[in-house]
Design a protein around this ligand. Structure first.
Ligand code: SF4
Length: 189
């Protein structure tokens, strides 16, 4: 990524008031990860901990995600973490209007980060990037594509935390993601 361009994008997000969430946030939540990530995880929206810190996936779901990243054999500077919308929705409901308003920021982030693999977390991120995908319970762990690059949907880590019965499915989907990463990263080395 070009540092100056990324810095400008970050400043634009931090100043943004394109949708009502810009008036209720504490911090815009832009990015966590390395400058040249091999894989970018796309979540839905910041929660309380993220709004307080300005960093994505730093609460309980974030710890689950970080554990998964370590299990995949990746360092934090080899991945990136972003969300569909950059400001916390009150009541944690994701307004469609904000997803649409924030979409240009999402696309610009993905364009600048240019990761070889994208991973969506949860049904909203999947529906936004792959509108014709089946429901997340069917789609998770199965490779798809976004702009001619591999995209692997996963369940949202919060869903796995709230429903421990999903843990075996989460582990199996991570195994499938690991296989995609090994194949793609071998090709791009
Ligand atoms: S959610 Fe996105 S579009 Fe809405 S104010 Fe925040 S940065 Fe702007």
């Amino acid at each position: 990524m070009t540092t100056v361009t990324w810095h400008r994008l970050t400043r634009a997000i931090e100043r943004c008031r394109r949708c009502p969430l810009g008036h209720t946030r504490t911090h815009a939540v832009v990015y966590r990860g390395g400058e040249r990530p091999s894989v970018v995880f796309v979540g839905e929206a910041p929660g309380r901990a993220e709004d307080a810190t300005g960093r994505p996936f730093v609460g309980a779901s974030g710890r689950r995600l970080d554990r998964a990243i370590a299990e995949l054999g990746l360092r934090m500077d080899e991945v990136g973490v972003i969300n569909l919308v950059k400001c916390r929705p009150p009541e944690n409901r994701l307004p469609r209007r904000s997803v649409l308003a924030c979409r240009p920021f999402l696309e610009r982030q993905l364009e600048l980060l240019d990761p070889p693999v994208i991973v969506t977390l949860g049904r909203h991120a999947l529906a936004e990037l792959v509108p014709d995908a089946p429901p997340i319970t069917q789609a998770a762990g199965r490779e798809r594509s976004w702009n001619r690059r591999p995209l692997v949907p996963l369940l949202h880590p919060a869903a796995v935390l709230h429903n421990p019965k999903l843990a075996p499915r989460w582990a199996a989907d991570l195994d499938r993601l690991g296989a995609v990463l090994r194949r793609v990263l071998r090709q791009t080395l």
